[in-house]
Write a protein that binds this ligand. Structure first.
Ligand code: HAM
Length: 438
């Protein structure tokens, strides 16, 4: 027997209920993002390799799909979208009034070992805020939008927060080179505490070990005193570090006030190299790995030749949300799903039936039209979860009526065509169909 072609490792088809869930999750994200003032942005799946090599960090670069096109240009499949957003902002949006609030639904690619919740092709639901001077407000709007989204899906979740700016400032003061800083942060990210000690001891001496491991074990309440204790070491960086500490404390306090569950996690550093200050990840019940992550990447514009800019954002992993979603797909947002069975399939019948279909659609009711053997269509309707069937034969057309069957009770009635909406008890005013329409 011929073997069917598989999908490449780490990729998959989404069909049936999974595809319904996927669409529902995307639509709901768009709806909530828009309610919070975010506008869509679409960027290419392929970018120049250089876009990511400049500042995304070793880990991302190692996992990228990189290739040369026919003209020998070095391209990459995007491993994430933030770098593209900065590029797109500098090219297209510099003249826009600030702040600029953007959301995206984008597939990304990382050449990683596939495992539960880790794919080589996956989807990110992202939010980015550019040019908002009130940093606290911009960070809160991002996490609040995520919170509202996950709440609407009924997903139990919490945030863990940290601040990579504090580590960087301490390491700058200790004279640790940028490459070595990236390496230390990478080791902290992987929770390799002994390796951190060994690496720092060998290259920078015991003080570096003491300062950095001390930071790794300090809770939010003791953080201020810890920084005060190193005022001399920090020198001119002292004020900036104090600001990071206060930013982090305020962000956590305010987030809690808004209803978010959030904890400070000193060892949180995140895998991307462009973060400058506050960072956080989103955790959900039933999954060890994070379902989302983000933070501040102020002035990433400088890396691409732009002027300094306030920037913050986050992305959720749609594939991971699918894994933790308890409730099944909502499928169609309509309360009723009606299958229309056309028995009189001539021009007059079609005209009559499509009048009904059009009216149902105006009320947000899914209503596809089928022709053929009614018994066969009914069994398809029950397999696909339709709530009602409408039969349209010669009699119905002549009498201006419809025969409608409630598929859960089996009750069947004949009613006037213009009473259909009333019979289904649909809201009197048609509501907008597109949840994304503004
Ligand atoms: P990230 O933490 O690398 O951040 O990715 C964000 C989310 O994408 C992760 O929390 C996870 O849910 C999902 N994700 C990442 N890799 C995979 C994978 N291999 N399979 C399935 N899901 C995955 C970023 O990418 C940043 N650009 C987020 C950001 C936006 N920061 C500021 N703005």
């Amino acid at each position: 027997m011929a073997k069917f072609i598989q999908t490449p490792r780490g990729t998959r088809d989404l069909v049936g209920e999974d595809a319904e869930t996927f669409e529902y999750l995307v639509n709901e994200f768009r709806r909530i993002a828009r309610l919070n003032g975010f506008k869509p942005i679409v960027t290419p799946t392929i970018e120049f390799f250089e876009l990511f090599s400049r500042k995304s960090g070793e880990e991302i670069i190692r996992s990228m799909y990189v290739f040369k096109d026919k003209a020998g240009r070095l391209l990459a499949l995007r491993p994430e979208v933030t770098a593209s957003i900065v590029r797109a902002y500098l090219r297209n949006l510099l003249g826009e009034p600030k702040p600029i609030l953007l959301y995206y639904v984008s597939q990304c690619f990382r050449y990683e070992e596939p495992q539960r919740g880790r794919y080589r092709e996956f989807w990110q639901l992202g939010l980015e805020v550019i040019g908002e001077r009130d940093r606290l407000n911009s960070d809160l709007r991002v996490v609040y939008t995520i919170y509202e989204y996950l709440e609407s899906l009924g997903i139990g979740h919490w945030f863990v927060a940290g601040n990579v700016g504090i580590y960087r400032a301490f390491m700058d003061s200790l004279g640790i080179s940028e490459d070595d800083q990236d390496h230390v942060l990478h080791l902290i990210d992987k929770d390799l505490v002994d390796d951190v000690r060994e690496f720092l001891a060998k290259r920078y001496g015991v003080e570096a070990v003491e300062v950095i491991t001390g930071l790794m074990n300090r809770g939010i309440d003791g953080l201020r005193d810890y920084v005060v204790g190193y005022k001399d070491l920090l020198g001119e960086r002292y004020e900036a570090v104090m600001e990071y500490v206060e930013d982090t404390q305020r962000f956590i306090t305010y987030s809690r006030e808004l209803g978010l569950r959030i904890e400070y996690m000193p060892k949180l550093v995140r895998g991307l190299a462009y973060y400058t200050g506050l960072i956080y990840e989103v955790k959900a019940e039933g999954l060890d790995i994070s379902i989302g992550g983000g933070g501040r990447y102020d002035n990433l514009t400088l890396v691409y030749g732009g002027s300094p800019e306030y920037m913050t954002g986050a992305a959720l992993g749609l594939d991971r949300i699918m894994l933790v979603l308890k409730r099944g797909a909502e499928g169609s947002s309509a309360r009723y799903r009606v299958i229309v069975i056309l028995i009189k399939s001539d021009l007059e019948g079609y005209r009559y039936a499509y009048d009904i279909v059009k009216e149902l659609h105006r009320y947000g009711v899914e209503a596809p039209l089928y022709t053929g053997k009614p018994s066969k269509i009914l069994s398809l309707a029950s397999r696909r979860g339709y709530t009602h069937a409408i039969f349209i034969g010669s009699r119905e057309v002549v009498e201006n009526r419809v025969t409608i069957k409630d598929l859960s009770t089996g009750e069947q009635v004949v009613i006037d065509k213009n009473r259909l909406i009333e019979y289904l008890n649909l809201p009197p005013q048609p509501f907008p169909q597109d949840p994304c329409s503004t």
